[in-house]
Write a protein that binds this ligand. Structure first.
Ligand code: PRP
Length: 183
C-alpha cells in the first residue's frame, strides 16, 4: 500500500503538516515564557503522543527533561471506559517538579482527568496539559487543558500519532478516516 492508497482511506485532511508545525511553534513560545524559571518535565503518553512530543520538544528553546508513560484507557471497544491502567510508569520521581503532560488528543477527557490526579498525587509542584487536539463535543469530564492546539469535530481522526487498529499513525497530517475502512 503506497501513500496514494492511504490518502484514499481519508475523506478529508483536517489539519495539514504545516498547520500542525505552526501551531506547535506558537504553543512552544508560550511554554518557553511560562517555564522560564524552571526546567519542566515533559511526560508523553504513549503511543499517540510520540509525534507531538518529537516535534514540540525540538521546537522548544529551553531545557526540558522528558519521560514517558503508557496507559490503557480503552477496554475492548473504541469508547473510553474511564478505567485506566498503567502499562509503563515514569522513570522519574516527579516530587517537586513542574510536569507538562503531552498528549495527541483529548476525547472524552477520562484518560487525562485520571492522569492529572495521578501525577498530582505524587507531589508534583505543578501539572499542566498540552494536547494537540481536543473534541469539545465528546467531553464527558471537564479537564483544564492549558495548551490546546486545535478544537475539532467528533469525527474519527487518524494520523500524526493517532491510529485505527495501529495503522495511520505515520501520516504527516491529521485526517478523517473514511467509513469504508472501519465499517
Ligand atoms: C488516546 C489518546 C489519549 C486518549 C484520549 O489514546 O492518546 O490518551 O485516547 O481519550 P479520552 O480523552 O477519551 O480518554 P489510546 O488509548 O487510543 O492509545 P494510543 O495513544 O496508544 O493510541
Amino acid at each position: 500500500m503506497d501513500v496514494e492508497d492511504i490518502r484514499a482511506d481519508l475523506t478529508e485532511v483536517l489539519i495539514t503538516e504545516e498547520e500542525i508545525h505552526a501551531k506547535l511553534a506558537e504553543l512552544a513560545r508560550r511554554v518557553e515564557a511560562d517555564y522560564a524559571e524552571t526546567t519542566p518535565l515533559l511526560v508523553g503518553v504513549l503511543k499517540g503522543a510520540v509525534m507531538v512530543m518529537a516535534d514540540f520538544a525540538r521546537e522548544l528553546q529551553i531545557h526540558i527533561d522528558m519521560d514517558w508513560m503508557a496507559v490503557s484507557s480503552y477496554g475492548a471497544g473504541t469508547e473510553s471506559s474511564g478505567v485506566v491502567r498503567i502499562l509503563k510508569d515514569l522513570d522519574t520521581d516527579i516530587a517537586g517538579r513542574d510536569v507538562l503532560i503531552v498528549e495527541d488528543i483529548i476525547d472524552s477527557g477520562l484518560t487525562l482527568s485520571w492522569l492529572l490526579q495521578n501525577l498530582q498525587s505524587r507531589g508534583a509542584k505543578s501539572v499542566k496539559i498540552l494536547a494537540l487536539l481536543r473534541k469539545p463535543e465528546s467531553i464527558k469530564v471537564e479537564v483544564d487543558v492549558e495548551y490546546v492546539g486545535f478544537d475539532i469535530p467528533p469525527a474519527f481522526v487518524v494520523g500524526y500519532g493517532l491510529d485505527f487498529a495501529e495503522r495511520y499513525r505515520n501520516l504527516r497530517a491529521v485526517g478523517v478516516l473514511a467509513p469504508h475502512v472501519y465499517e
